[in-house]
Write a protein that binds this ligand. Structure first.
Ligand SMILES: [Zn+2]
Ligand SMILES: [Zn+2]
Length: 276
């Protein structure tokens, strides 16, 4: 299984012009193996997701439906290909009767020119619940747990014969149930991608916004014994210089932790980042 980071920005695409290293796009990750094509979130990065010949089924798991995690959906080729079964999985949205209805509300004039009902993709909708384990093949499964975020969010743990990957975005530390779920998702993980938008100082003015500090993420990673901790959901106004400074500080404290850059590719079989 190979894990590609297509977008690692939080809230909105990068606002700083100097970002060739960490990139501009918001949340999207693509996980591919011989028989599976999986995606996490459809931020602006999903537009770059591969869609190899012969893929006839895709699973896209949404952490939640805030704009930075959904805006890219119309720009992914599979949304317009009726030959591909495109499974959309997301936690229940309060006040909405179904996931389909939520997308029909979001992708419709005046917010988007082509109503969702007119997209030619072959969508299937699935609600994800706290504690649910979803089998994806005879050998691969996905565990879901709720996170502490305004309106709710879901974290995911992907278990394969090669190893384990956890995607934990967006989430704020300090809520007992949320903290316990973060540790459950991190359990025995080779690679974790976790929201670490703030540091201790900047968090002081953003309590309740639903994002973690890198200091808290490091503590979770240490407690859970995570092998490689990748930090994501970077501040949109941070330049490469700002993020490199943070990256160095983090690596000094924990050799196994790093700030993820857009375009990074991780190979679960060899437990290494490889050349894209
Ligand atoms: Zn977000
Ligand atoms: Zn959010």
């Amino acid at each position: 299984m190979r894990i590609k980071f297509l977008g690692v920005r939080g809230s909105t695409p990068a606002l700083s012009p100097q970002t060739p290293l960490f990139g501009t796009h918001t949340a999207s990750i693509c996980c591919t193996s011989n028989d599976l094509h999986l995606l996490f979130d459809a931020g602006s990065g999903i537009g770059k997701a591969p869609l190899p010949e012969g893929v006839n089924e895709i699973h896209l798991f949404f952490s939640h439906l805030h704009l930075d995690h959904v805006t890219g959906l119309p720009f992914y080729k599979a949304s317009w290909n009726p030959k591909i079964t495109f499974n959309l999985w997301a936690p229940k949205v309060e006040g909405s009767s179904s996931l389909k209805e939520t997308f029909e509300t979001l992708f419709a004039p005046p917010f988007f020119p082509i109503p969702f009902e007119k997209w030619s993709g072959n969508f299937k909708f699935h609600e994800v619940h706290n504690g649910e384990k979803i089998p994806l093949s005879s050998e691969v499964s996905l565990l879901a747990h709720t996170l502490n975020h305004p309106g709710g969010a879901m974290g995911y743990q992907l278990t394969t014969p090669e190893g384990r990957f956890a995607y934990i975005s967006d989430t704020e530390h300090g809520n007992p149930e949320g903290d316990a779920n973060i540790l459950k998702l991190m359990y025995d993980a080779d690679l974790v991608a976790m929201d670490a938008m703030y540091d201790r100082d900047s968090y002081a003015g953003h309590k309740g916004w639903g994002h973690a500090t890198w200091e808290a993420a490091l503590q979770f990673g240490k407690t859970a014994g995570v092998k490689t901790l990748g930090l994501i959901h970077h501040e949109p106004h941070f330049s490469d210089k700002d993020l490199l400074m943070r990256d160095e500080k983090i690596k000094d404290l924990a050799a196994s932790a790093l700030l993820i850059r857009e375009g990074m590719l991780y190979d679960l079989a060899t437990k290494n980042f490889v050349q894209p």
